[in-house]
Write a protein that binds this ligand. Structure first.
Ligand SMILES: Cc1ncc(COP(=O)(O)O)c(C=O)c1O
Length: 381
């Protein structure tokens, strides 16, 4: 347990709860989950599965209709995988990641993280006894080739990338993904490519999957899930795509831990992939409007630097002008303006002048809350 630090954001969360209990108006920009409901057809499929008695254990790897749906999801993008061999369905993408780490990383290994990076990676890597090593990519999640090449030591057995990225919303260009794959071959490490935000991209950006580059999946494990694309965070449904050997190892872990993802949830997931997809476009259209609003507000704030991200639902502005640590600044903004954010230090040691703001919140909240923040920052200057 010494390797697992207490959550850095918990203090902020408790403080916000206390202020809310005192009747203060709080604007939430800390939440990493879509504010849209799960689409009706998916909910109906889950209920139907329950009514049909699909309430038993399933094969550890997942039910055939869902594995088939995942195979088709990639086939539609010209990516060939075999759903019955290259996929495991898990209770959330988090579990796919954890099983992937458990089955490929040894204690004492170094694992590179293109950072800023979602804090969970670091915790999981430490939990398996390995060491997370940051490779900074600021601004905007742009790969620094030299920095990455220099970090590729003998003890590196894996590299984690996440595009679109939490917390920057930045995306990796295809050329950079190719370069990462070349390095993985040269130095014989596995690339964990977390593509959970793959459908949430804006301005017509074409998201590349690592599966398009490493077609035999020898050096790749793709992590994906339903939480973000279909607004299904609480259903707990994710999956991994990789070579047969890695997936079989993960199946062995799943057989002996969670057994399988929840049976009727897997039927709902199958409907999510095979049914009407219009909810995705509706959500991304709305997110793009919010992204436009939030970046233009931050870019006009005094002493704030902000890039315009192409994906996910986060922005990660830099407040270094104010000379405060990200924990202090986040707390000050919460106390004075009633706005929650996530301190940059949670995403890596290089980011203590940043705050993450999630725009999985209504446009009116964004405009009202951040208007107040702009006034407050002006008063600080
Ligand atoms: C980068 C990233 N990967 C994975 C997840 C977790 O997904 P799931 O809900 O499927 O466990 C999140 C959730 O915030 C995330 O931001």
């Amino acid at each position: 347990m010494e390797r697992i630090p207490a959550s850095g954001t918990l203090r902020m969360f408790e403080l916000a709860k206390r202020l809310e209990a005192e009747g203060r108006r709080i604007y939430h920009f800390d939440i990493g989950q879509p504010d849209f409901p799960t689409p009706d057809n998916i909910v109906a499929a889950g209920i139907e599965a329950l009514n049909h008695g699909f309430t038993r254990y399933t094969p550890a790897r997942g039910i055939p209709p869902l594995l088939d749906g995942i195979e088709k999801h990639y086939a539609n993008r010209g990516i060939n995988i075999d759903g019955s061999k290259n996929v495991i369905v898990t209770p959330g993408a988090k579990m796919a990641l954890f099983q992937g780490f458990l089955s490929t990383i040894d204690a004492g290994d170094d694992v590179l993280l293109l950072s800023p990076a979602w804090p969970t990676y670091r915790v999981m890597i430490r939990t398996v006894g390995a060491k997370p090593v940051d490779v900074p990519t600021f601004p905007g999640y742009v790969l620094d080739e030299e920095e990455l090449k220099n970090a590729c030591s003998k003890s590196v057995t894996a590299l984690v990338i996440n595009t679109p990225n939490n917390p920057t919303g930045g995306v990796l260009e295809k050329d950079h993904m190719k370069l990462i794959h070349d390095l993985a071959i040269d130095h014989d490490f596995v690339v964990f490519s977390d593509e959970i935000y793959e459908m949430l991209v804006y301005d017509g950006f074409k998201q590349t999957s690592m599966l398009e580059i490493d077609t035999d999946m020898e050096h790749t494990l793709v992590i994906n899930g339903f939480s973000k694309t279909y607004s299904m965070t609480g259903w707990r449904l994710g999956f991994a795509v990789g070579n047969e050997e890695t997936i079989n190892n993960m199946v062995r872990i799943q057989q002996n831990t969670t057994s399988c993802a929840t049976s009727f949830v897997q039927y709902a997931g199958s409907e999510a992939l095979k049914g009407d997809q219009s909810s995705i476009e509706n959500m991304t259209t709305e997110y793009q409007k919010r992204r436009d609003a939030i970046t233009s507000i931050f870019c006009n704030m005094p002493g704030v630097q902000c890039v315009n991200p192409k994906g996910a639902f986060y922005v990660f502005p830099d407040f270094s002008t104010y000379g405060l640590s990200s924990n202090t600044l986040a707390e000050l903004i919460l106390m004075k303006v009633g706005i929650t954010s996530t301190p940059g230090i949670s995403f890596g040691k290089y980011y203590d002048s940043h705050l993450r703001f999630s725009y999985a919140t209504e446009l009116s909240e964004i405009k009202e809350g951040l208007g107040k923040l702009a006034e407050f920052l002006l008063s600080l200057i």
